[in-house]
Design a protein around this ligand. Structure first.
Ligand SMILES: CC(C)(COP(=O)(O)OP(=O)(O)OC[C@H]1O[C@@H](n2cnc3c(N)ncnc32)[C@H](O)[C@@H]1OP(=O)(O)O)[C@@H](O)C(=O)NCCC(=O)NCCS
Length: 149
């Protein structure tokens, strides 16, 4: 497998090609839509290998309701196609976006992480805050955050 991906901004609809099989498997394609997808401060990035979209992540300008995370972006819909997972592509994509957001003077990046993805985010320097909570139809989540500026 080639060792790198090209990262480019993409549209919310383009993310569905990865969101659907990885994050919404077996559910209707309409379940891929996320609130805030089309807000003008939202940014979607895709990681491409030889013109094939293999990784996606979306970044929404959101403070956190209870944890007082100000000047913050929320990561949503982070996914790498199964066949390409575990090759460093998620890390490349997230590192790229962290740099880009910190250049825009954003202070904090946070997410509601699936339990299964916590080791990945910890490796990238994110910390858990607060307690576990359930997102219906998806499962246990933890809020994680990282100071990026
Ligand atoms: C979570 C996900 C985005 C990570 O992307 P990835 O490309 O597979 O991860 P990477 O290969 O870039 O991993 C980066 C580092 O995290 C580590 N890591 C990744 N997943 C891990 C896991 N489950 N347990 C322990 N370490 C893990 C890797 O070993 C690697 O460590 P290294 O830098 O020391 O080599 C991807 O696996 C995925 O799409 N999973 C399913 C969907 C999902 O859970 N999305 C997150 C929703 S919150």
């Amino acid at each position: 497998m080639a060792d790198t991906i090209q990262i480019k901004p993409i549209s919310s609809k383009e993310t569905y090609a990865v969101r659907h099989p990885v994050l919404r498997e077996g559910r209707p394609i309409s379940s891929c839509a996320l609130e805030g997808d089309n807000v003008n401060t939202t940014i979607h990035y895709g990681g491409f290998m030889k013109n094939k979209l293999i990784a996606v992540a979306s970044f929404m300008k959101n403070s956190h309701a209870t944890h007082k995370l100000e000047n913050a972006y929320q990561l949503r819909g982070m996914a790498v196609l199964k066949k390409y997972q575990g090759n460093g592509f998620g890390k490349i994509l997230l590192n790229f976006v962290e740099t880009s957001l910190s250049e825009k003077q954003i202070s904090i990046l946070w997410m509601n992480a699936r339990e299964i993805a916590i080791p990945f985010y910890k490796k990238l320097g994110f910390e858990v805050i607060g307690n576990v909570f359930d997102i219906p139809e998806i499962g246990n989540h933890y809020t994680m955050h990282k100071k990026i500026k």
